[in-house]
Ligand binder design. Structure first.
Ligand code: WTA
Length: 677
């Protein structure tokens, strides 16, 4: 197993430190209606009862054949849940609801205001559309069980329809966030080995119709250069029957889904009886190296975990209207817009655009129009809405019983505004801490049982047993209030199974550091390293401080510093690139990009812009650096290693510490003068 590289700068080191706050309690009305108000749940899920306690989650699903082994550890740390079980995720999210709820809305679609009318898709209609698209994927695209297909879709109902159609066939979907560039999409097509790309011609964002088809052309071109053939590009139309992009279609490769679908009207596809441990989807995420990791999620375990946590933590009942503002292109959208809510027969809202366009009242208008009563968003959106429209929520007639914050640490001040103004003092809040890898929540309060504490995610979820280690591998005693690396002692059903095609990287990244015995088949020997720093208070609540590795969390989106650095190196004059996180009052963090040029190259006027544009082309606009600093030289150790910690301190106007041991200490003052002027 690889040695862990020494990390010089991390988000955790520049985390905002705030005091422990007091508790807030749910109302008796909330407790009376909650799905989970039995305090015994923590007792039932204590470590001694692991793994059998998770039967409670599996029993929320319909199985074709019930499982035999709850947890198979024979290939540890690639754990298999509910082995022997046969199940289909599409069946569990749709078909099983038809008997009692076929006329209930499954998906409310809110387009950008330009399009005005909302769309409401019932469970019956979702059933029809998923079946027809599944037939098309099977009979026209030739996809079958175990194949991978890449989706590069915006936030429209056709995205969950495509996901559920894949799930019906046992095809492994890999949705790439719609805002990612064609090049980023290509990397994921290549890694997953997809021959088919599903996309859409265009979509709206902040008032403009964006040509999305051009990304497909870039993606296919790049993938094919790398030897990955893409036979078919299936293009949904934002306006069925009308093509909205300027980019031409390629004959014999690109097909309009809306045309093809006519051949499949009325088609029905029997759901595949998948093994519980068969992969359901891949979700790529950023890590320590430039290459994104395809987190592979299984079927039975994943679905059980998101169904259970949607029920117990999100408190979703069939009569609720639930709106999670995330993008389905991220794990939050997969677990808590699509699979979890639909498996619970909720009405889930999908909206196009951004919360702040055309005005700061948009979110609250949507909540009022649709009668949303469960609301789920990220600190970055809360901060933005608080800044531009602090009094807006009071103008609208909506009532939330429950709200979620997810994706980054939330400052207690922001939490209190969310509670008082958005939640109108009535809604409970859960601060859910988790990751792409974990499939579902790791720490959170249970809304009717554990009180809320602003700024703290809460205790481990039932059946999730966190532990904090220091850098030497010692356990930080519970309640010591000392920061360390937070790990999870046990596997759980929502946990990813491996990194697609790279088991060694899976083991090295997540388990090598604290593994007690690499040959062990006992789950107790494989604590999972989350990559976050955290503090546990006396009451067992965890406060998450940020990433300890080379990952930056920008507006709740995970970006690898190495990914941004490799993108900058595409510009021929660039010799070295170093990215550091800078604190930002809305986005949480932003990347600052330091550049040293090759000898003989001069910094021209447009150089910084060219570098910044290269980053946007390679990854997407979300990775755009706050600033590109072209420096004469990077601060380096005597062995030639770039000292990102020093650059991070300069960008954050913090103390750079002792730099006299550097090979070139004089450069520090020079960079400081440039950046801090
Ligand atoms: C951070 C998003 C503090 C954390 C679900 C984690 C959080 C990374 C919280 C995963 C929270 C997520 N409080 N930090 N409630 N939720 N994070 O994979 O650093 O996009 O490791 O999954 O976001 O980001 P990812």
């Amino acid at each position: 197993m690889a040695e862990k590289e020494v990390v010089e700068t991390s988000e955790a080191q520049i985390a905002v430190h705030w005091q422990e706050e007091g508790y807030y309690y749910p109302s008796t009305e909330f407790i009376a209606q909650a799905n989970m108000s039995d305090k015994g749940i923590y007792e039932r899920f204590r470590l001694e009862n692991f793994p059998n306690c998770f039967k409670e989650y599996a029993d929320l699903l319909d199985w074709y054949e019930y499982w035999e082994t709850i947890l198979d550890t024979s290939d540890a740390p690639c754990f298999k849940w509910f082995k022997g079980g046969k199940i289909n995720a599409s069946y569990n999210c749709i078909d099983r609801h038809l008997k009692d709820n076929k006329n209930k809305t499954a998906i409310h679609f809110v387009p950008e205001p330009i399009d005005a009318r909302y769309e409401h898709i019932t469970y019956q209609e979702l059933y029809v559309r998923v079946n027809e698209f599944a037939a098309l994927l099977r009979d026209f695209a030739g996809l079958k069980r175990g194949d991978r297909v890449t989706l590069h879709m915006p936030m429209v109902p056709e995205l969950p329809i495509a996901m559920l159609a894949c799930a019906r066939l046992g095809v492994i979907h890999s949705q790439v966030f719609g805002g990612f560039s064609g090049t980023a999409c290509a990397d994921r097509i290549i890694d997953s080995g997809s021959n088919v790309l599903i996309t859409m011609d265009a979509y709206y964002r902040s008032g403009s119709l964006i040509d999305h088809k051009q990304n497909a052309d870039v993606a296919v071109e790049h993938a094919e250069k790398d030897g990955q053939k893409v036979d078919k590009v299936l293009v949904w139309q934002r306006y069925p029957g009308k093509y909205s992009a300027k980019t031409p279609m390629v004959d014999g490769r690109d097909y309009f889904v809306n045309d093809l679908l006519k051949n499949y009207y009325g088609a029905r596809v029997e759901p595949e009886r998948m093994n519980s441990e068969d992969p359901l989807f891949l979700m790529y995420t950023s890590g320590t190296t430039g290459k994104p990791k395809g987190c592979q999620h299984g079927t039975g375990g994943y679905l059980a975990y998101v169904t259970g946590t949607s029920k117990f933590v999100q408190d979703i009942h069939p009569e609720d209207v639930y709106w999670c503002m995330a993008d389905i292109g991220w794990i939050t959208g997969h677990s808590y817009i699509v699979y979890g809510p639909l498996a619970n027969c909720a009405s889930t809202v999908i909206y196009e655009g951004v919360p702040t366009y055309p005005d700061a009242g948009r979110s609250w208008r949507i909540a009022q129009d649709l009668g949303v009563n469960i609301f789920h968003t990220a600190p970055t959106a809360i901060r933005a809405l608080r800044k531009i429209g602090p009094d807006e929520p009071a103008k609208y007639n909506y009532h939330f019983k429950h709200m979620t914050t997810v994706g980054e640490p939330i400052e207690p001040e922001v939490w209190k505004w969310y509670h008082k103004e958005v939640g109108k003092g009535e809604a409970i809040i859960v601060d859910t801490w988790w990751q792409t890898e974990t499939g579902g929540f790791l720490c959170s309060t249970l809304p009717a049982i554990t009180p809320m504490k602003p700024g703290s995610a809460g205790p481990g979820m039932p059946g999730i047993h966190p532990i904090i280690y220091d850098d030497e591998g010692n356990v930080v005693p519970r309640g010591a209030g000392k920061a360390g690396n937070i790990c999870i002692q046990n596997p759980w059903p929502g946990m990813f199974q491996t990194i697609w095609g790279d088991r060694d990287r899976f083991v090295d990244t997540y388990f090598a550091r604290y593994c007690k015995d690499p040959s062990s088949k006992d789950w107790r020997d494989w604590p999972y390293l989350t990559g976050d720093a955290a503090v546990e208070a006396e009451d067992g609540y965890f406060r998450i401080l940020g990433r300890i590795d080379d990952v930056i969390n920008v507006s709740g989106h995970r970006l690898g510093t190495k990914e941004i650095e490799s993108a900058a190196l595409v510009v021929p004059e660039v010799a070295e690139a170093a990215v550091v996180p800078v604190a930002h009052d809305i986005k949480g963090k932003e990347p600052d990009l330091y550049i040293a040029l090759k000898p003989g190259c001069e910094a021209s006027d447009d150089m910084a812009k060219r570098i910044s544009d290269a980053v946007c082309d390679e990854i997407g606009k979300i990775a755009k650096p706050r600033k590109v600093w072209i420096v004469k030289d990077m601060p380096k150790t005597r062995s030639g290693k770039i000292m990102r910690r020093v650059l991070g301190a300069i960008s954050n106007k913090a103390d750079v510490g002792n730099v006299m041991t550097l090979a070139n200490p004089e450069i520090v003052e020079e960079i400081k003068a440039m950046v801090q002027k």
